[in-house]
Ligand binder design. Sequence first.
Ligand SMILES: Cc1cc2nc3c(=O)[nH]c(=O)nc-3n(C[C@H](O)[C@H](O)[C@H](O)COP(=O)(O)OP(=O)(O)OC[C@H]3O[C@@H](n4cnc5c(N)ncnc54)[C@H](O)[C@@H]3O)c2cc1C
Length: 422
Amino acid sequence: MDVLVIGGGIGGLTLALTLHASGAARRIRVFEAAPEIKPLGIGINLGAHAMKEMSALGLEDALVATSCQPTDYAFFTRHGQLVYREPWGKAAGHQWPHVSILRPDLHRVLLDAVRARIGADNVVLGHRCTGVEQSGGRVTARFADASGAGLPAQEGDVTIACDGIHSVVRTQFYPGEGPFIYRGINLWRGVSLTKPFLTGASIARIGARHSTVIIYPLRNNYDGQGNTLVNWVAEIERDVAVPVDWNKPGRIEDFLPTYQDWTFDWMDVPALMKRAQQILSYPMVDRDPLPRWSFERVTLLGDAAHPMYPQGGNGGAQAILDAATLARLLKSESDPAAALRAYEAARLPATSKIVVQNRTAPPNLIVDTVERRTGDKPFSRLEDVITKDEMKAIFESYQRTAGYHVQQVSASTSSPGRRAAP
Ligand SMILES: Cc1cc2nc3c(=O)[nH]c(=O)nc-3n(C[C@H](O)[C@H](O)[C@H](O)COP(=O)(O)OP(=O)(O)OC[C@H]3O[C@@H](n4cnc5c(N)ncnc54)[C@H](O)[C@@H]3O)c2cc1C
């Protein structure tokens, strides 16, 4: 089978690797719009469910070597009061680690593996897909370069659109979808150096719906002087969305005033933000789940299929799970169109639930509930406000929907039919 993969992001590169490892495809080509792959220097979390797949691809050690593996997840109010804390990653009993990693490091590991395994010539840059057509059991993908000039069309047996949140292929099948759905929250993010905080391997989530900051370590001793490189994401309620553009620089004056007095004995949040070399902005947007992703020999994967609010470390991880499922089904089903339908049946309901849960009950529901009950004031006895069981129920409910609860990850089968990674 000759597979055209549109987009060389997390989903497209992982798909190339899972297709290769399963032996499902004779030829795999990845077409990426960008003339060079240069992901932004900010962080991303991959939970144990995604790392299980990375491990099956032989990439766990490379990812661990260049990342941090958090051992606890701690929730605080904006007054700095600890509300809830749980072990995380391997410390929570997972067999696979949770990794917090710089996106360029993740992409480098994926891209190096793809080039080594399917051949560097099969990763084709500077090719923006402009549409797909199908006839006689073949798919033709059309391309243009960065200037808009047409490039030769390419043919394959199936085409998988991994072209991200602005997917051209999705728009071709759903031309009337309209604008993204904005939740009334903008995000600003950056990476900064700081002393190790809390346990030295903690994910910290401070605040609730109106304003939150999430801070996690990416690399210990990054400067050789004991400082940790951390990723931070500020989420603030705002009436107007910033542009849906991954590369959009953010202005510190637009959000710093909110965090001016967020100074705690373990973290000076405004000082951390001021130390960032680069700040990016992004809106909390998603789209309604689709009724269908697969159209004969073309399907959608990753953000092209299920754009979701960036909550709970999910979008990239779900693209990885999509890729593992699709490769397994393309290997086991003799009819490619049936494989794409089976992939949709397996993944569409699961990812739709996450889209909805991210809107209604994201992980910061724990602190939201506390701040609502205290009228946003400091509490004197947490047990008078919320019980440990209630918080645990919220915490675990999110993990179960996202598919990274410890019982689910150990129970799920890693994609069968894999060849050992070289
Ligand atoms: C602030 C923020 C924080 C996040 N944190 C996390 C996290 O901690 N954990 C997590 O799992 N996820 C996280 N996500 C989500 C995650 O980044 C995305 O879900 C993930 O990148 C989706 O992967 P993808 O391959 O589908 O799309 P992308 O990574 O966007 O890749 C799409 C690729 O396709 C290319 N492309 C686009 N159009 C075309 C075309 N027409 N032709 C050819 N190529 C094209 C693009 O250049 C790009 O390389 C976060 C997102 C945001 C905004």
